[in-house]
Each structure stands twice: as structure tokens, then as C-alpha cells.
Design a protein around this ligand. Sequence first.
Ligand code: GLY
Length: 577
Amino acid sequence: MNSRLPLLALASLLSCTTASSPTASSTAAAAAADATLGVTAAQAMVVSAHPEASRIGLEILRKGGNAYDAAVAVQFALAVALPVAGNIGGGGFLLYRGRNGQEGALDFRETAPAAASRDMYLDAQGNVADGLSTAGHLAVGVPGTVAGMEALHKKLGKLSWADVVQPAVALATRGLALTAKEATGLNANRAVFLKYNPQKPLAYLAANDGTWQPGDTIRYPELAQTLARVRDQGRAGFYEGRTADLLAAEMQRGRGLITKQDLQNYQPKWRTPLHGQYRGYEVTTFPPPSSGGVALLQMLQMLEPYNLRQAGWHSPTGVHLITEAERRVYADRATYLGDPDFGRVPMTQLLEKSYNRQRMTTTRAHRATPSRNLTAGPNLPAYESDQTTHYSIVDAQGNAVSCTTTLNGSYGSKVVVAGAGFLLNNEMDDFSAKAGTPNAYGLVGGRANAIAPGKRMLSSMTPAILTKNGKLQLVVGTPGGSTIITSVLQTILHVLDYDMSLQQAVAAPRLHHQWLPDQIDAEKDALTPAVADSLRQRGYTIHPRGAWGRVDAIRVLPDGRLEGGADPRGDDTAVGY
Ligand code: GLY
């Protein structure tokens, strides 16, 4: 145990390991947890945001499927078990590293419909119209998940497509017990579901105008039929035929923009992963339209020269350095990052060590740099949820998957496709509706992330895989909108700089700064009162905030076992064998 952790935090970290106990069959005997480690397993591990999805992923591995088969099964299972974020109506980024070191980055991010335009969310006065990009039919981007999963399976899957989709069909048909968190989420959104879905999305509403209780069984008969079409027809079961008809009809009913042509045109993309180094580890992560990968590598470059370990976890100096790196990187993000297929992103410059080290030279020793005095780095070519979910998988052969997938906000746009039973995303809000105007996460953007037909909206999703001397070390990612990038950063720092076990690293209270607004968001117990005071004296504003992020990660321990880090902030569960 790291002696630098404040006692308060220590108590909460230790209480977290029980939250990730496996629920898989008792034959998962190798899985075990002790006081500091998360769940451990000898060969294979699945960590996801829902016990049913983790269980299904593990079953696929036990049947002889590989990590990619398990990823497809987990993705579809989350669409049933985790309606708040799991999806077939959204998109995501999947990073993989095969046992032989081969790797790839699958972009199944949503796209703007063909009828979308730069100013579509502005009113007559040129201001962003309230709520149009965050809920309802106009907020929906063309979903990418089903096409992405098919592309993954075609390239790397071992079991049949039907084998990996069927568990989700079965789950939607037979139903599952609601956890307390899901019951609360669905109850809180009842009115808004009814607002955007006059046809009443019965599967999502408790019977008789009542409220869901934890343990109630929720069933999704229409979603089961949609998933069965996907099982039987692959992407055509979603982007064509009955599902496409239902989705297009739903759009017409609610004056949304997506057409059957948009659905047919959707294509996932294989991209080249980004690489960086940190303290002897190779960090592989996702390229644009993720901003997260670039930002993560920039922050690691900025922080590497400093002895964070000596400064101490959440010490005034440590928080100062990490915050100043975050502030600078988010300023760059707002200016330069967008869909690389629609404008040049100055990647070479942004990822240059000398550029990032230079950016930190404007940091003052014991004073915050006010964000109003800081802009993006100069002279680069002038372009550029929080309910998302993440799963990490390692199979017995050593193949690794790090996948973050999203509807954007909780339950996305709140629109359920009538007759097809699934929720649609509100990803259009991740575009910059108007330069300099914050989106739902308070993030500002510019021209590089302006809306254009077919364009992918900028994302913060940051799936990452770390290796050392060619050997797998860490698979990590999280939901959390704009906080994704800093949560992934902190998990890496917690393990590499602060010697935490992975479960401790995932559970430890977090901090976040994103340039604007100029404040350090702080989870409960993230700072002792004395440290908070010291930071205020340095000019920082501390903004207490409820818990964020659900980091789900896997680490290879020195003895070769796998440790799962399942975030105790949610229903996240690690299982292995
Ligand atoms: N919708 C959250 C993100 O992609 O960053």
C-alpha cells in the first residue's frame, strides 16, 4: 500500500475491491480478490460496466472465442443490460493489440446526417438554441455500432457471428434484474422518455405509471427482435430492411434528419493507432476523431520530466503540475482537434516532445496560470458523458481489447426507435454548434469541430493499451465525457507513479481540469482540507463535484496473473478464469 495516500482515501479504496466480485459460475475458481488487488485471474479477464455483460463476455471466452468475439458479445449485451450507455444506437472506438503485437484502431463513431449543416442548432439571433443538440431527434448522429462490430468480427473473430450476438438476443428476451443504479436512472428519465416518445417506449417504463424497484425484471421484446435481425443478417439487419425502415420513420415522426440513405452510407473506419512513451512504457491509444489519445500523450510528455512520485499523490505540487498540463492540453484540443477526414489536424506538432515541454515552461512554480491568459499553442496550422461506457478484455492467448462506446448523454437523445426498441444517441452535441460556446460538458470548440454532412464529431473517448518491452501491461479506458481523458491519465499515473494496485488506481478519488471553466473539479475525498487550502493560495478554484467516470481496466501483474480494476462508482464487474 502506498504510504502517500491520505487515510480518508485509503479507507474508500479498500472498500472498493468487494464491488468487483465475479458473478460468473463458481467454476471461475481462479478469480480471487485480496485486500489491495482487484479480482485476479490466471488466464483471461473481462471488465465491463454490467455484471451480465461481463458474464456473457467470459462465457464467450470459455467457449473458445477470442477477445474480439467477447468484445462483440459484450457490446451487444451492454445494449440490453446498460440502457443508459450501452448501445446499438450509438458509436465508439475500439483499440486492440493481438498476442503477436499486431494492433488496430476501429472507429465506429457516429456521423452527421447528410442534411446536417454548420448552423443547424443556431436560432435567428445566431445563438445556440436550447436543448436541440442534446435531446430529441435532431440530436442524433448516424449510429456506427453494428457496422463497427461486424467489421471487427469479420477481421478478427473466431466464433460465428450468430454465436456472439445470440447471448444479447437471449438476454433481451428473457430480461434481467435491474440494479439500484439503473432503476434510479430509468425512473429519473420517465418524464423525458414520455416527452420524446409519445408512442410510449413500454420496455423502459415501469408498469402502471409506477417506478422501477431494484431487482425488478426488465424485458426488451422489440430490442430482442432487432438484435435477432442483426444476428441473422449482420449489418444489413440494422442499416437496411425493417430496422432501417423503423429508424427512418422515427426520424420523420420527430423531424430528425437521418434517412435510409444515411444508414446505408455509414462506414466504420480502421485507423492507425497513436504511440507515445511514458517512463519506459509504450502507450498505444486512439487517433482523431478522438481528442483523448492526442491529449493523453501530450499530458504524459508534459509530466514525464517531473518526479510526481516524490511530490506525492494529490499533494499541492502534484496537483499543480497535473492541472497545468491538463489546462494546456484542453486549450489545444479546443482549437486544433476535429475529424481528420474533414480538415488537417496538426498531429506531428501536437505530439512533438519539444512542443509539449515548451508549453510547460510557462508554468509558474507555485501559482496557477489563469485560463484567460492561456490559449492554444501558437503557430500550428489553424485547424485543427457523460454516459458512455468502457470494457476491457484480455483472452488466454494474450489478445487485448480496449473499447469505449457511447450514446453521449444518459440514455442518449432519449428517443427510442418505435417498434425497434433501442435508444438513439445525442452525439451531435459533441460537435461545436457555435465556436466558443460550451457544449453539455462545458467543452468549447472551433472550426475544426464544426458540423458538416458525413463528418464525425470530436470525441474524448480514450481507449489505451500499455506495453513494456513488447509485453502487455495495462488495458484501460472509461466513460465520462470531457473527464475521460483525465481519468485515463490519472489511472496510468496511479499505477506507474504512485504504485497503487489497479483496483486502487481505478477507485481513487479523481480531479479534473479542462482549461475552461477555469476550475479543478474534485470528487469527494480527493483533496484533504489542507491541500485544498494550499491550492487555493496558489490561485486555483476548487469545485466539489459528484463522482464521475467508470474506469474498467486490466493489468498484467509481475507474476503473469491478470488484475481487473472495476470502478466501484458503478455496477462495473471484473470476471476471469
Ligand atoms: N460522447 C462523449 C465523447 O465521445 O467524448
